[in-house]
Design a protein around this ligand. Structure first.
Ligand SMILES: [Mg+2]
Length: 390
């Protein structure tokens, strides 16, 4: 079996979107003076889909959501020539070819995300070529089904947030992640608002359900040092990305500071990036995303590393490329779950582009033992609501 063609297309959403609301989610741009709304940098309204076809007619699907147009250019100009005519079963060799050929300017960020998309499509081909789901090639089923946590609860008014938490608690979810709306730029008033929102959600979900707290890199170390002791009484399962991804020493300090475990990794890349986080005890929960970290070939190695460090892997975003990794290892006890909503942040677009994404039932998703590959197909229902760039 040989790779015959690689096609990367950008799907740019032009349909209806929910406008950003003030203090929706703290983020890394909050600390930078700007005349534009900081939430505008926190929306991902296009996605790159990669289709790799083999000489025996199998088509593998991969995807990348970081800087889609740049990812497509990297795939078209640099990565495609490295995999054309090659055997997809030589996935480690192909991964090393892509990683090392782009090493002078790649390594992390959008280049690794582009490599991830190719790698995902390759694994989809491997599964389809032997009629097995990808998780069966990685270690197989380690769980009856995958526990998932409800991930939304952006900062709106507290009544709306409470109603949202109640609705999904009634649907059977037992773990919830909420977003902080405020950071250092909002001074002491923002501290009080942040605490009020956590209290409001705990009031609805109680203490026999898990609560995760998301900062999305919107705080700094000094602010996080002040916040953590105030948050301990709410017993969060973890506090996510308190500071920017490059401040690894900051993560390490915060992770030792209180009883609250610090999580991160959705903006970290490759086996080496995670070795550094684990060596420094910077995170107590690893949250790579397979479509950024280097694909399944890299994520599978990171799972092994996390197993050895006894640090759980709870991948960013859920979605099929991550569920297969969670299903196949004991290092991963659960996964994130973005529910399908009208297009808002952009995480939802996955549902608009692909068919086959599992819908949570009672706080679990299930993978089919008999569905080959990643289990995704292209969806036709919303095609007219995208600009598609070849
Ligand atoms: Mg996150």
């Amino acid at each position: 079996m040989k790779i015959k063609s690689v096609r990367a297309r950008v799907f740019e959403w032009k349909g209806k979107t929910v406008p950003p609301q003030g203090n929706f989610c703290s983020n890394a741009m909050d600390l930078v003076y700007s005349n534009t709304e900081s939430m505008s940098t926190f929306r991902f309204h296009s996605w790159t889909v990669v289709e790799i076809e083999t000489d025996d007619g199998i088509i593998g699907l991969g995807n990348v959501a970081l800087a889609p147009a740049i990812a497509k250019a990297i795939i078209d100009q640099y990565l495609t020539p490295l995999v054309l005519g090659q055997d997809p079963w030589d996935y480690e060799y192909l991964w090393q070819r892509m990683y090392r050929a782009t090493h002078a300017w790649g390594r992390k960020g959008v280049t690794m995300a582009a490599i991830s998309a190719i790698d995902l499509a390759i694994w989809d081909i491997l599964g389809k070529s032997v009629g097995k789901p990808v998780f069966k090639l990685l270690g197989g089923r380690t769980k009856e089904k995958i526990p998932v946590y409800y991930s939304k609860l952006y900062r709106t008014n507290l009544d709306e947030m409470q109603a949202e938490a109640q609705k999904y608690k009634d649907e059977g979810f037992t773990a919830f992640k909420m977003r902080f709306g405020y950071g250092p730029a909002h001074l002491q008033k923002g501290v009080a608002e942040n605490l009020k929102s956590v209290e409001a959600i705990r009031e609805v979900i109680g203490y026999d359900n898990d609560l995760m707290l998301e900062c999305y890199m919107g705080w700094n170390l000094e602010y996080a040092r002040r916040m953590l002791p105030k948050l301990e009484k709410f017993e969060p399962r973890w506090l996510e990305e308190p500071v920017i991804a490059d401040d690894i020493d900051g993560y390490a300090e915060l992770n030792q500071l209180s009883s609250i475990p610090i999580s991160g990794g959705e903006h970290e890349f490759s086996l080496y990036g995670f070795k550094q986080l684990l060596d420094k005890k910077a995170v107590s929960v690893v949250q790579y995303d397979t479509n950024r970290v280097g694909g399944i070939t890299a994520a599978h190695k990171i799972n092994a590393l996390c197993e050895a460090y006894s640090v759980p892997v709870i991948p960013h975003a859920g979605q099929m490329h991550n569920y297969h990794l969670t299903m196949s290892t004991l290092a991963s006890p659960m996964s994130e779950y973005f529910p399908m909503f009208d297009v808002e942040v952009g995480n939802e677009l996955f549902y608009y582009i692909f068919d086959g994404e599992p819908v949570a039932e009672n706080g679990f998703v299930q993978l089919d033992d008999d569905k080959p590959g990643l289990g995704l197909t292209m969806k036709t229902e919303f095609l007219d609501q995208f600009n598609i760039i070849e």
